[in-house]
Every structure is written in C-alpha cells, then in structure tokens.
Write a protein that binds this ligand. Structure first.
Ligand SMILES: CC(C)(COP(=O)(O)OP(=O)(O)OC[C@H]1O[C@@H](n2cnc3c(N)ncnc32)[C@H](O)[C@@H]1OP(=O)(O)O)[C@@H](O)C(=O)NCCC(=O)NCCS
Length: 175
C-alpha cells in the first residue's frame, strides 16, 4: 500500500493513530531517559503536543495501513508560550522576520529514505504559503544526517550558534 499524506485534522480523534504518532516521536528522539512520567510528558508537549494543540491545521501524517511519519509546524516562532518551553528559540530571534515558521518532522525508522519526509515537508510548505507565511526554518545539529535532507529541500540559509554549550544549526527557506 502506498503512503498517503493526510491532514492531522482529519484523524485527530483516532486514538490508534495518535498513539502511533507518539511512538514515532519517542523512537526518533535522541533523548531516551526521563526523570519520571511528568518529565516524559513535558518533553512530548515541547516538541509535539504543543503543535498538535495550537496548530492542528499545520500538521500532517504519512500513512498506509499505519502511520509512517508526521510533520508539525508553528506559523510564528515568537510567542511567549513557545519561548518559555523552547528557550533556545530566543538565540535566533533575529531571523524570525525572514523565516517566521518552523517545523518538526520524524519518520518511522522503517520508512526513512523513501521520499516520505520530502512529501511531508511539501505539505507543510503548501499550508504555510496558503496562509501567506514567507519563510520557514528548522533547527538541527551541525553534523546531523538530516542536514542533507533539508539542503536538498532548499533550506539554503544557515546560522550556527551555541546554546548552553550545544551547537544548534538554524536552516531557513524562503517560501
Ligand atoms: C529526516 C527525515 C524526516 C527525512 O525523511 P525521509 O523520508 O527519510 O527523507 P527522504 O526520503 O524524503 O529524503 C532522503 C534524505 O533524507 C536523509 N535521510 C535518509 N535517512 C535518514 C535518517 N535515517 N536520518 C536522517 N536523515 C536521513 C538523507 O539526506 C536522504 O538523502 P539521500 O537519500 O540523498 O542520502 C527522516 O529520515 C527521519 O525521521 N530521520 C530521523 C529523525 C530526524 O532526523 N528528524 C528530523 C529532526 S530535525
């Protein structure tokens, strides 16, 4: 069965799909250790729950008979609520006028390198353009495998900064 790109709002009440999205999030994350269940939930909210709650119209899933990947986005990166859970955003505020939106994407490990991530980014870009958003960015590690993925998709603006001694690569794309 081939992958379909489905707006999150069409499937947001399906508990099985929500659980599959959550599983991909935790499986893809480099953070594996949590102090307690509350710490784990805070991490989920920071990079996924916040977006599904506040920007459900900017989320898509790729699925065949199960979820293969997802993308979430925020059309603005400036809000106090977002800055308080993601303080590293403040380091890059000077670039938000040109690249106001940002996204987070993950694919199931068996579904990587098959073009699904590219389709998900295309869906979110289309959604942002329809809302007249002029640019989007991502943040990753300077040596991450996914850097090449974003470069191929046209994220051609790069800035590297340290946040608490960890290097963060900001990559922007004009829409
Ligand atoms: C990054 C990711 C979303 C890309 O989606 P995808 O469907 O695998 O990508 P596509 O098939 O559309 O594009 C292929 C490109 O993705 C990158 N890629 C492929 N497998 C990857 C992997 N396991 N991890 C990271 N990047 C990968 C490569 O640059 C690849 O290009 P190449 O085939 O010329 O080497 C997906 O690989 C993934 O979920 N990776 C792990 C989590 C991650 O890095 N998330 C992004 C956090 S910023």
């Amino acid at each position: 069965m081939s992958a379909h790109i489905i707006p999150f709002e069409q499937i947001k009440n399906d508990p099985v799909i929500l659980e599959q999205i959550r599983a991909i999030f935790f499986e893809s994350s480099t953070k594996k250790e949590f102090k307690d269940p509350a710490d784990k939930e805070a991490f989920y909210d920071k990079y996924l729950g916040f977006y599904l709650k506040h920007y459900p119209e900017l989320a898509w899933v790729a699925a065949d008979d199960k979820v293969l990947g997802y993308v979430v986005a925020a059309s603005s990166s400036q809000g106090d609520d977002l800055m308080s859970i993601q303080p590293h955003l403040k380091e890059f505020q000077g670039y938000f006028e040109t690249y106001p939106a940002h996204l987070h994407i993950n694919c199931h490990h068996d579904s990587r390198g098959k073009g699904i991530g590219g389709l998900l980014v295309k869906a979110v870009e289309t959604g942002l353009k329809a809302r007249n958003i002029k640019g989007v960015h991502i943040m990753t590690g300077p040596d991450a495998l996914n850097k090449k993925f974003y470069l191929k998709l046209g994220f051609d603006f790069e800035v590297l900064k340290d946040f608490h001694a960890t290097p963060i690569l900001f990559m922007g794309k004009s829409l």
